[in-house]
Ligand binder design. Structure first.
Ligand code: DAL
Length: 356
């Protein structure tokens, strides 16, 4: 075999090998995020940060995610707040107009099922949430307050779509396990049909980052509530996986610490947030690492996602999927060059008078 012919044969073999490598790479590479899912990576593990959430327009009321990391601005005040009395419920609390009809339907259905509802607390401004949170800090200390109350800017109550329910005529849902009362049980089973989802279900503190709150429901509309209910995910997981576009760095920047407020007195508004359960955070978060479950006394905890597996078993990190692209392009380019080069050399050899 002449030298050019040997070269052409080698090139052809190399082409086939490269092609096989390309196919193998395509088969083993992680799937890109499914269509319709736009998660910005795995659900961030519980920690305390102050990152502006996106989306957060007033029209995005159903999909805006606030949690212990993500927040809205101080000036976020929904433009269409109306008293809950417009839904036939007592009290002066307000909610957004967009949910009034479903709130009324919910209340009527609950009453018809001998589980009459009242409202403990609904919309809270940034300033009101600060009073409430500071009240809990004074009462329980900063670390424990973080588990029962959102810092200002981080509460679903500021979105105007959250309602803390109670049993109509009772003083508070915070004594004992309100989830076992007639109203609590009825809501758990039926609220989604009216567009409401429980934000902080029992046993899910590792996912929600807050204590169990059987009274705290968030309105997302009937369609989305049905989807969240069917998914079996917490609202935080579902919104993060499907709608949130905020980029959350793996770790909190060291300068973003929120100073504890140790001297504030419990305010009247403090009754609007849950009474803490004696259960400790650590005892409720078996799937979090020790670093995640320990909230440092007097200050917010940070959790290193690298030290514990991500909570969300869901969408692939687009960055991971994107990382495979340059390698694939390189393999494809090499394959292309080898095939063309091999063909050219073979043709050249066959042509009379060209080479030997
Ligand atoms: N109690 C909930 C977490 C809030 O303050 O919004």
């Amino acid at each position: 075999m002449t030298a050019p012919l040997r070269t052409a044969t080698r090139l052809r073999r190399a082409s086939v090998a490269a092609l096989l490598a390309l196919v193998a790479t395509l088969l083993v590479q992680p799937a890109v995020a499914p269509i319709g899912v736009r998660a910005m990576g795995p659900l961030p593990a519980c920690r305390y940060d102050d990152i502006l959430t996106t989306p957060r327009g007033y029209g995005d009321w159903s999909i805006t995610l606030v949690d212990t990391i993500l927040r809205v601005t101080k000036t976020y005040v929904p433009p269409d707040l109306v008293p809950v009395s417009e839904a036939g419920l007592g009290g002066k609390d307000a909610v957004r107009l967009i949910m009034i009809d479903d709130l009324r339907a919910l209340a009527q259905a609950a009453a018809a099922a001998s589980a009459p509802l009242g409202v403990q607390s609904a919309y809270r401004s940034y300033a009101e949430q600060k009073i409430v949170f500071d009240g809990w800090v004074a009462r329980l200390g900063y670390s424990r307050a973080l588990q029962v109350s959102a810092r200002p800017g981080h509460s679903e109550h500021q979105l105007g779509v959250a309602v803390d329910f109670k049993t109509r005529g009772s003083t508070s849902p915070f004594v004992g396990d309100w989830g076992t009362t007639a109203a609590g049980k009825w809501l758990k089973a039926n609220a989604w049909q009216y567009g409401f989802v429980n934000s902080y279900p029992k046993g899910d503190i590792a996912l929600t980052c807050y204590d169990y709150e059987p009274w705290h429901y968030r309105y997302v509309g009937r369609e989305l509530a049905a989807q969240i209910n069917a998914s079996g995910l917490t609202p935080r997981q579902y919104l993060w996986a499907n709608f949130t576009t905020t980029v959350v760095p793996p770790k909190k920047a060291p300068v973003a610490t929120v100073a504890p407020v140790a001297t504030a007195k419990p305010a009247p508004g403090a009754t609007a947030v849950p009474s803490p359960s004696p259960t400790t955070l650590a005892s409720q978060v078996p799937i979090l690492s020790a670093s995640a479950s320990a909230v440092a006394p007097g200050g917010p905890a940070t959790q290193d996602p690298a030290a514990s597996p991500p909570i969300e078993a869901g969408p692939i990190d687009p960055a991971v999927a994107a990382g495979a692209q340059p390698a694939l392009l390189l393999i494809a380019a090499v394959t292309f060059v080898l095939i063309i080069g091999g063909g050219w050399l073979a043709a050249r050899r066959r042509r009379p008078g060209v080479g030997r």
